[in-house]
Design a protein around this ligand. Structure first.
Ligand code: ADP
Ligand code: ASP
Ligand code: MG
Length: 593
């Protein structure tokens, strides 16, 4: 019998009427011949209300007790949902995370799923019940209740669909699918018919709150298509699968992270191991870091800038101060009035001038870019929070994301998917489900680096630089632009190009440098780009650390860094590439599949 998982978010179970509506939908699915597992979130704003309550009692609630408190929200919902189904004359059983056997690690409030028991679920389903599972929760080895992080019910749903090899995983919510960007911020946003796991992963972790990013890690890792749709209608929504909707387009979607904070460590000694010291301490507090930019300045000192979620700024600063006491630095500054705007698209990797188009549009709108980082499939800019919504709308417009393009048919067939199922089941055995998996470690020694120093910090500068580069037909891979030095008001822009285009790039860079009265231009003809790719690289805060450690242990200095959900790249000196590659292969031997 086909099995279907249906997840209902907070707004879809916000009151009795909505609970009954969700119940009817599940019953209908059962009557159509499916076994049905429901995953339910806390009603409406319950989780926020519980957080408020705790805050009224203390400003430092123990994480264990927070989980005890927050998990009650979902317990209320599952019980009411079971009652609703009973009242409609059907069989249903509600289960908490512990009752199902959702085992997690012991990291309260951000727990990761290790394994899920299926025996009890299967038995109840075979007895004709609709099984109602509490989302967002599990238990650790000591039976402490844990929660998976805000929005975590999505992850419960996709994980259950994976272990049960469900035929469908439906996410019912208050929008009718995944949009090109948050429709509440940009009204002209368009619903997508389909989006790839990799794009959704990036968008989710860059602020698209419609799906919990870890749920997409499950989808990708265990080959589980996810259908995001409205709980108010019967219209189909958006399929999250392994293929992009618009493979020919450079950008598929855009996202905004409003609550971002920037930390800059000024004047760090530029020797191997300093970034490791800083980032391992931040990771030690389980804080994920984004937009890492490192610039080597004068006198062998570097500035390291990166962003963290605004709520975690105090803890991150504490960690940075500890590191600075050990490695030494001139100063640590922070800015919590910033926001990150990003565009994502699988098609970006094959096109030139994408970054330039984005910078150009932002310049035309008079928006200043504080920082830039790129990866193969995304470009992120840091802007002041006041500019951020306008920036999002601007980039949405320039890439014409509102326009509906014909959607090509999927290339992979359902039967090919089924053939993979055996492999997936094998993969599920004997591992922790959310463990890191690394697919590949590579060395690219074909690029060179160009850096322009002392660039004026004004709207339009990045646009100008990359316009001239694009017009010269140069293919730019990585771009990083630093936060201007405190007081100095100048930025450093670095980018990598194919080695055979170095001469040409340098000539263009020098010309730009002169006309903008920049401080100078440097370049390195031999750089090595080392990449680790896999699933969950950013949510597993330890990946970048492992990479830094391996590289620092070999006495190799890191020149540039960029991170995405599926890949971490570091650029090191060219003659260190082979050595770095060997180090990384050793360091990740246990998780390389
Ligand atoms: P639920 O309670 O069902 O889990 P959420 O509030 O977590 O619902 O997620 C749905 C919301 O996500 C939408 O109302 C929408 O405002 C927001 N959102 C952000 N980015 C996107 C996007 N790209 N597509 C659709 N919705 C988005
Ligand atoms: N109730 C939890 C939250 O609000 C989990 C979820 O809804 O997914 O974050
Ligand atoms: Mg949600």
């Amino acid at each position: 019998m086909p099995l279907i998982v249906q997840k209902f978010g907070g707004s879809s179970v916000a009151n009795a009427e909505k609970i009954l509506k969700a119940a009817r939908r599940a019953i209908r699915a059962q009557q159509e011949g499916n076994q049905v597992v429901m995953v339910v979130s806390a009603m409406g704003d319950t989780t926020d209300d519980l957080l408020d309550l705790a805050a009224q009692v203390t400003d430092r609630p123990p994480a264990r007790e927070m989980d005890m408190l927050l998990s009650t929200g979902e317990q209320v919902s599952v019980a009411l949902m079971a009652m609703a189904i009973h009242s409609l004359g059907h069989k249903a059983v509600s289960l908490t995370g512990a009752q199902i056997g959702v085992k997690t690690d012991a990291v309260h409030r951000k727990a990761r799923i290790k394994s899920i028991e299926t025996a009890r679920l299967r038995r109840l389903l075979d007895e004709g019940n609709i099984v109602i599972a509490a989302g967002f929760q599990g238990i650790d080895d000591d039976f402490n209740i844990t929660t998976l992080g805000r929005g975590g019910s999505d992850t419960t749903a996709v994980a259950l669909a994976a272990v049960l090899r469900a035929d469908a995983c439906e996410i019912y919510t208050d929008v009718d699918g995944v949009y090109t960007t948050d429709p509440r911020v940009v009204p002209e946003a368009r619903r997508m018919n389909r989006i790839s796991y990799d794009e959704m992963l990036e968008l989710a972790s860059l602020g698209a709150g419609v799906m919990h990013s870890r749920s997409i890690e499950f989808g990708k890792k265990f080959d589980t298509p996810i259908h995001v749709r409205s709980s108010f209608t019967d219209q189909p929504g958006t399929m999250i699968v392994d293929e992009s909707e618009r493979p020919d387009q450079p950008v598929s979607g855009a996202a905004i992270t409003k609550d971002e904070a920037l930390i800059t460590v000024h004047g760090v000694p530029d020797v191997p191991g300093t970034s490791l010291e800083i980032f391992s301490r931040v990771a030690g507090k389980n804080i994920s870091v984004d937009m890492i930019v490192q610039n080597v300045g004068e006198l062998g000192k570097a500035d390291i800038s990166f962003t963290v979620p605004r709520g975690e700024l105090p803890a991150a600063l504490e960690a940075v101060q500890e590191a600075v006491r050990i490695v030494g630095a001139d100063q640590v500054t922070s800015d919590d009035n910033v926001a990150k705007v990003s565009v994502v698209g699988l098609g970006m990797a094959r096109q030139t001038g994408v970054a330039q188009t984005m910078f150009d549009a932002l310049a035309a709108a008079g928006i200043n870019i504080h920082m830039i980082t790129t990866s193969e499939i995304k470009i992120s800019v840091l802007v002041s929070r006041d500019d951020s919504q306008r920036a999002l709308r601007t980039v949405h417009q320039v890439f014409e994301l509102e326009k509906q393009a014909p959607v090509p048919a999927m290339a992979t067939k359902a039967n090919e998917r089924a053939a993979d199922a055996a492999d997936v089941v094998a993969r599920l055995q004997g591992i922790n489900m959310e463990d890191l998996t690394i697919d590949d470690i590579t060395l690219d020694a074909s690029q060179a680096r160009v850096t322009i120093q002392g660039v004026p910090d004004q709207p339009g500068i990045a646009a100008r630089v990359f316009k001239e580069i694009a017009e010269a037909g140069i293919f730019v891979d990585m771009i990083v632009q630093s936060h201007p030095k405190s007081g100095g008001g100048q930025a450093t822009v670095s980018f990598t190009v194919p080695r055979e285009q170095l001469e040409k790039s340098l000539a263009v860079a020098k010309q730009i440098g002169t006309s903008l009265k920049c401080k100078g231009t440097t370049s390195s003809p031999t750089i090595a780009k080392l990449s680790v790719s896999g699933v969950g690289l950013r949510t597993h805060v330890g990946v970048a650390i492992r990479m830094f450690r391996a590289i620092a242990d070999a006495g190799i200095n890191v020149e540039m860094i960029n991170t995405s959900e599926v890949r971490v790249n570091v650029v090191v000196e060219g003659n260190q590439g082979e050595k770095g590659l060997k180090q990384l292969q050793q360091a990740f031997a246990d998780v390389l599949r």
